[in-house]
Design a protein around this ligand. Structure first.
Ligand code: ATP
Ligand code: MG
Length: 364
């Protein structure tokens, strides 16, 4: 018996409905799975983003500068690196062949180290830079203290030895000039006596300022003392076309030896005058930080190169035709006797800044 066409059609329809139902069901399952996967991916992305932020926060909170770079560009730099403008160090310093080193950039000292990035970042390098300015400055100061102590002791010993025969020579000269009446001989004798007196003055300077001497301590307003010096020197400063500015931010007192400190300021000012060729300016600031009274003496004179800067406190170091080279040596000893210290910043052709730190609480 033949199945009627309508029956066949009905069967086909029911098969089709079944198949489409199962496709729809399958589609729903797939849709749910895709949604779940999407959620999962979103969750993982968020986790990754959080991990990235976490890592970036850590890298930004450490005081070391960190830069990741390849030959073409910088792909990451943390806050410390941006602040210290390490890009300019990268460009200015030829650090291609080295693995580590120390660079001086402007007023700062930076220790750096570089390494290849591992694990699939073959062409990238990581550069780590540490600001060691304070450490280097302190090291330099300690080295200077040691060196000057040894030099001072030696100079004082020699000075002492020279002083005795010098006294006898002067006595003999006096006798000689009394005996001989010839004016030529008298003139020579006077020249020798002048030489002896100059040597005697230098030796007295060495002897009085190299050994830790007792200070005549008084409580005084440091600003007033500097003002007095400036009043005394102003005419000679301004007659040379040099303007001078005194800014007293700290108006309080300090226990110190005013006469000795005057000598210190005078030496700095007379060096600044010598350094300024033509028109220029000297600026003195008196301020304080937590522990120190700070006197800053800045000039826009000739400045110094690194080689000169390292030696300026040594006794008899001078770059001047008529200089003796004792000024800063004496200054160092006086400031040290006050338990203080001096820092020097200088740029050749632009000027120098001397900063004296005098502790509020002195340990003498
Ligand atoms: N403000 C400055 N600017 C540039 N160079 C300076 C400055 N102060 C000091 N110097 C350098 O330091 C050197 C030493 O200074 P220091 O005062 O000890 O001796 P001096 O000035 O040469 O001689 P003197 O014994 O007469 O003071 C100077 O010769 C100079 O080269
Ligand atoms: Mg001098």
């Amino acid at each position: 018996m033949m199945i009627p066409e309508t029956e066949l059609l009905k069967d086909a329809f029911s098969e089709f409905t079944k198949a489409s139902d199962s496709i729809i069901n399958y589609y729903h399952v797939l849709e749910t799975q895709i949604r779940l996967l999407k959620d999962e991916v979103e969750k993982k992305n968020k986790e990754l983003e959080r991990a990235r932020e976490y890592l970036e926060n850590i890298l930004n909170s450490i005081p070391l500068g960190i830069i990741v770079y390849d030959k073409k560009s910088i792909s990451f730099s943390n806050k410390a690196a941006d602040k210290l403008n390490f890009e300019s160090i990268l460009v200015s310093e030829n650090i291609n062949d080295e693995k580590a080193g120390l660079v001086k950039n402007g007023k700062g000292y930076y220790r750096w180290k570089k390494d290849n990035l591992q694990n699939g970042f073959k062409n990238k390098e990581v550069l780590i830079i540490e600001d060691v300015t304070e450490f280097e400055k302190m090291k330099e100061r300690l080295e200077r203290d040691e060196r000057l102590k040894a030099m001072g002791e030696m100079a004082a010993r020699i000075a002492h030895e020279i002083k005795n025969p010098l006294g006898s020579m002067e006595l003999f000269l006096t006798m000689l000039s009394e005996g001989k009446k010839k004016s030529k001989v008298k003139k020579y004798v006077e020249s020798i006596r002048y030489g002896i007196q100059t040597i005697d003055r230098i030796i007295n300077n060495i002897l009085s300022y190299t050994r830790p001497k007792t200070l005549a301590l008084r409580e005084e307003k440091i600003g007033r003392v500097v003002e007095e010096i400036l009043d005394f020197m102003r005419l000679s400063i301004e007659s040379r076309n040099i303007s001078v500015v005194l800014n007293i931010e700290y108006k309080g007192s300090l226990v110190f030896d005013p006469d000795m400190m005057k000598l210190v300021i005078m030496n700095f000012i007379s060096n600044a005058i010598d350094a300024i060729k033509g028109k220029g300016m000297i600026r003195i600031d008196i301020k304080e930080d937590k522990n120190n009274i700070i006197i800053v003496i800045a000039d826009n004179g000739c400045g110094m190169n690194e080689e000169i800067r390292k030696n300026i406190f040594n006794p008899f170091f001078t770059t001047k035709d008529k200089g003796v080279g004792l000024g800063l040596f004496i200054v160092h000893n006086i400031v040290q006797a006050h338990s203080g210290y001096i820092e020097v910043d200088s740029t050749e052709g632009a000027g120098s800044t001397f900063t004296i730190y005098l502790p509020k609480e002195r340990k003498i």
